[in-house]
Design a protein around this ligand. Structure first.
Ligand SMILES: [Zn+2]
Length: 459
């Protein structure tokens, strides 16, 4: 049966390429809400295009008022879910190609959303069509839900689940192969403290606007003279870090340069705010700045906060200081912790609170971890499909990031980026490799047959 679906998918390569290009050329960045278009007109256009294509492919398609659509194969009550998304993040800097041109180069389609998540969603849709066209008998239905707000607030899934039951089991083609069965919990803390009365006087500091970004640059203005410049130079030399100080009319302007990235993946990165805190302490800052320097600094594992922990399925906790601002009424900072499955989030908050003397600590976001056991039928079926189509072994993985997989009781992220491939989601020159998406479609067909097919047991 897989042979036939695989051949069918190969025969549709051109149609796949053309459809992917038309999807990528529809710039579905979130915009101002309009009636019937809660995420703006461009996202609505993309949703309409996807629904039209799916209808022409022969599927039953329903619009959930511009929040999401679903595409269904088979009418069995029990369904396997496939959760993708049609919205994309803004273009950002550094593109050397038209971000919505969908140009083909060496078998790659370039463009924002080509890999996150239009290409993988389309691969899964072609897998569903292959199953339909080759007449694979199904004992369960397959329901793809394409959301329109994944990159922002997940209002799409909220709306969908308020109007239709989401199946219990399935996968989201919005991450990596072989598969991710563990997503860490999330704990975002907001810290507030009055500014210090003594020590170095800091006049201005405002860095970061997202809790989940490791800031790459931090600027601060402090009261002082040439001695601050000298001390900064010594500090930079001692640590081997790019830190500078420059006398200006209003004070000494300090700058630290880190290595930016996503809060959940701190390896090889360096937090510019953390560097600034250590520098400010060295220059004589007291109070909240000194407390943050001591208990957070540039650490990304929560060690000095008493929060370092880990377990076998999740790996270690990560912690990111994403925002630090000196406001009218004092300091404001955020900590974004991605917590192992076995971690007690109340205890983590308490530990941080105990050490961050002088700070008022409040929980801003709290999301439980998500884990599907490696020996579950779902994980084993998907791994078997991956193995059969690629001829390579693969083990389940853990992430500090999050996908729609956690919307499902039993859900994992499954593809479509292959091991060792360049991760360009949210970055410049994002592209999708056509050969790899065709292979992904075969893996998805294989997996869906295992999960929903009539002969599941005999294969
Ligand atoms: Zn995505």
């Amino acid at each position: 049966m897989n042979q036939r679906t695989a051949e069918w998918i190969d025969s549709r390569r051109e149609a796949f390429r053309e459809m992917l290009q038309s999807w990528v050329r529809t710039p579905s960045v979130k915009g101002e809400p309009r009636p019937g278009a809660p995420f703006g007109g461009d996202v609505r256009k993309m949703l309409d295009l996807a629904m039209k294509d799916a209808r022409e492919m022969g599927f039953a398609v329903r619009d959930f008022d511009g929040y999401a659509c679903d595409i269904t194969l088979g009418d069995a009550e029990e369904k396997i879910a496939v959760l993708g998304h049609l919205d994309v993040v803004p273009v950002g800097d550094g593109w050397t190609r038209d971000p919505f041109g969908a140009a083909e180069e060496n078998g790659r389609i370039y463009g924002r959303g080509s890999m996150d998540d239009k290409g993988p969603s389309l691969a899964a849709l072609f897998a569903m069509q292959a199953i339909r066209e080759t007449g694979v008998p199904l004992k369960k239905g397959i329901r793809m839900i394409l959301g329109c707000d994944e990159e922002s607030d997940w209002k799409d899934m909220e709306y969908y689940s308020a109007h239709e039951r989401i199946p219990d089991t399935g996968f989201s083609p919005d991450a990596d192969f072989p598969l991710i069965n563990t997503e860490k919990g999330m704990l975002v803390l907001e810290l507030r403290a009055p500014a210090a009365e003594t020590g170095l006087k800091i006049l201005e500091l405002s860095t970061g606007d997202r809790v989940n970004v490791i800031p790459g640059e931090c600027l601060a203005l402090a009261e002082g003279g040439e001695d601050l410049v000298r001390k900064t130079e010594a500090f930079a030399a001692k640590n081997g870090w790019p830190c500078t100080a420059r006398q200006t009319e209003r004070g000494v302007l300090l700058r630290t340069e880190g290595i930016p990235g996503h809060s959940a993946y701190p390896e090889g990165r360096r937090n510019a705010i953390g560097m600034m805190l250590l520098l400010l302490r060295e220059l004589g800052a007291e109070g909240p700045v000194a407390v943050l320097a001591e208990h957070v600094g540039t650490e990304s594992d929560g060690r000095s906060l008493g929060c370092a922990c880990g377990d076998e399925v999740s790996g270690n906790l990560t912690c990111n200081l994403g925002i630090l601002r000196l406001e009218k009424d004092g300091w404001f900072a955020t900590l974004d912790m991605r917590c192992p499955v076995t971690a007690d989030q109340d205890a983590l908050k308490k530990n941080a609170e105990d050490r961050l003397k002088g700070f008022d600590v409040r929980t801003e976001t709290r999301k439980p971890p998500h884990h599907v056991p490696a020996d579950s039928e779902l994980v084993q079926s998907l791994l078997a499909a991956y193995r059969e189509e690629t001829g390579t072994e693969g083990a389940p993985m853990s992430t500090g990031g999050g996908t729609y997989a956690k919307v499902l009781k039993q859900g994992v992220a499954f593809g479509a980026l292959f091991p060792g491939e360049e991760e360009l989601a949210h970055q410049a020159d994002e592209y999708a490799d056509l050969d790899q998406l065709i292979l992904s479609a075969k893996i998805y067909a294989n997996a869906l047959i295992r999960l929903a097919g009539e002969h599941t047991g005999s294969r």
